[in-house]
Design a protein around this ligand. Structure first.
Ligand code: ATP
Ligand code: MG
Ligand code: MG
Ligand code: MG
Length: 465
């Protein structure tokens, strides 16, 4: 079953159950300074959950494009390493705004997977929040799930938050067992991150609003927010384990082979490139342009990461912009706005690639010399900082190179230099923001949100009419 058909079947199923099919929101949440990019289907309904916005429907369903490349949900470093993470992906969701709650949410999800799509029940595993007896009871007694295939997990896995503030609640998740051939254990076991059991659907029982001081207040009405990864579901329905083996990704990976000249289809860099062309192209189509601050800076970093992987494959030419047509072939029908913006996207990518190709060449030479000179297996923080600060060579690229060569980075040394730098730059506000964001992206701190980010998204939209 192709991704387009899965998307359609999902929306139709919920439409049949009185859900309004609502168009997806932009990747740039223009009026929400707490959010870097749209990271879940519920984002556009945040105020409806909070009770400050009203709609003329109480059930909705969407296919929402999402980017998780910074902030609370950041999968940038997972791409190429796990079978299930992308920076850009599509989230299928159904929502109840004070309408149905746990019972129906669970029933709908189970019916869709096992009856509508016909997934075998014995391949599914469910989790609930540790003290959510109500959800456990529904799963076991109403749905008939084997209690041995249900785990209770804590805050990290089964309490969903959009960001550090906003609507949140305990959740219940459905996993798919890809079979004994794949290493890994069920949710809650020590090796549950090995991708044998892959999380496909998260049912969030929205009950609280987290305030800026960390306290939680109940929402006006208990609600439901669910999210299922389209690519993960496609992998199951196409009988493959990794998302990168589905039709859409295989086409993009083959396109990446064509433009980079790499002939090894298993090469991880191809997966990174296939992933990054999606996030960068969709971000540009949604109005972001590469820059030195805010959202544009995150976009710049993803582009640079893709280019670096092309360089690693031995590709001497500009290549990323050439993949836009292949992406439009795959996704243009579902996203006509992408097809319409193809020229603009290609142009922006090409300019950025050209600029970075020069930076990269310099930086790689310096890094390689530096690595040849070190004794032991730690890259000094001084070098990481110098590359970043003087040559514009991003720290995550240095980390990437280190990881490949089995080296460590003197993270403390790097961060103390970054801290000194920040002190020096304190007067220049804009500058400071870059540095903060950089740390946020590296996972050292959480992205807290800036008014200016939202403003930037709006300015760009104005410019682009
Ligand atoms: P994981 O634990 O695998 O990282 P998650 O718990 O962070 O997933 P949720 O925030 O619950 O994910 O999002 C809802 C659904 O969206 C997930 O169940 C999954 O199917 C899908 N999803 C989440 N992150 C990604 C991603 N980076 N790439 C592809 N699909 C994703
Ligand atoms: Mg995650
Ligand atoms: Mg999870
Ligand atoms: Mg989850």
């Amino acid at each position: 079953m192709k991704t387009s058909e899965i998307r359609r079947r999902f929306l139709e199923f919920f439409e049949k159950h009185e859900h309004r099919v609502v168009p997806a929101g932009s990747l740039v949440p223009g009026d929400d300074p707490t959010l870097l990019f749209t990271n879940a289907g519920m984002n556009q309904f945040k105020d409806v959950f909070l009770g400050t916005d009203r709609r003329d429907y109480s059930r909705a369903t969407t296919a929402q494009r999402c980017v998780r490349a910074g902030g609370k949900h950041n999968d940038l470093e997972n791409v190429g390493y796990t079978a299930r993470h992308h920076t850009f992906f599509e989230m299928l969701g159904n929502f109840s705004f004070g309408d149905y709650f746990k019972q129906d949410a669970i029933r709908f999800a189970w019916t869709f997977l096992t009856e509508e799509l016909g997934l075998p029940k014995e391949k599914l595993w469910v989790t609930v929040y540790q003290d959510d007896d109500e959800a456990a009871d529904i799963w076991i007694n109403d749905i008939g799930v084997d209690p041995n295939r249900l785990s209770r997990l804590g805050d990290k896995d089964n309490f969903w938050m959009m960001g550090d503030t906003g609507p949140c609640g305990p959740c219940s998740e459905i996993f798919y067992d890809h079979g004994e051939e794949v290493p890994g254990g069920p949710p809650g076991s020590p090796d549950d991150d090995l991708d044998r059991y892959i999380e496909i659907w998260n049912l969030v029982f929205m009950q609280f609003d987290t305030l800026a001081d960390g306290s939680r207040v109940p929402l006006p009405k208990p609600s439901v927010d669910t999210g299922m990864g389209l690519e993960r579901l496609a992998a199951i329905l196409q009988g493959v384990h990794s998302n990168y083996e589905i039709d859409l990704f295989q086409a993009l990976i083959r396109a990446a082979m064509r433009v980079t000249g790499c002939t090894d289809i298993e090469n991880r860099s191809l997966r990174v490139i296939a992933d990054h062309i999606r996030s960068t192209a969709f971000l540009i189509a949604d109005g972001v342009i590469p820059s030195n601050e805010g959202r544009g800076y995150v976009l710049r970093r993803i582009i640079r990461r893709a280019v670096r992987h092309g360089y690693k494959l031995g590709c001497q030419d500009l290549f990323l912009f050439k993949l836009v047509d292949d992406l439009v072939d795959q996704m243009g029908e579902a996203y006509p706005e992408l097809a319409e913006q193809a020229d603009h996207v290609r142009k922006v990518l090409k300019i950025e690639e050209e600029q970075f190709a020069r930076t990269l060449e310099n930086g790689m030479t310096i890094l390689e010399q530096g690595i040849a000179d070190i004794e032991g297996n730690v890259i000094p923080g001084e070098l990481v900082f110098k590359l970043y600060d003087t040559y514009g060579f991003p720290a995550d690229l240095t980390a990437d190179v280190a990881r490949e060569k089995g080296l460590d980075i003197d993270q403390d040394g790097f961060e103390s230099r970054m801290a000194e730098q920040r002190k020096r730059a304190q007067s220049a506000n804009k500058f400071k923001m870059d540095r903060d964001l950089d740390l946020a992206l590296d996972g050292a701190t959480n992205f807290l949100g800036y008014e200016t980010l939202a403003a930037e998204g709006q300015v760009i939209r104005l410019l682009r009419g």
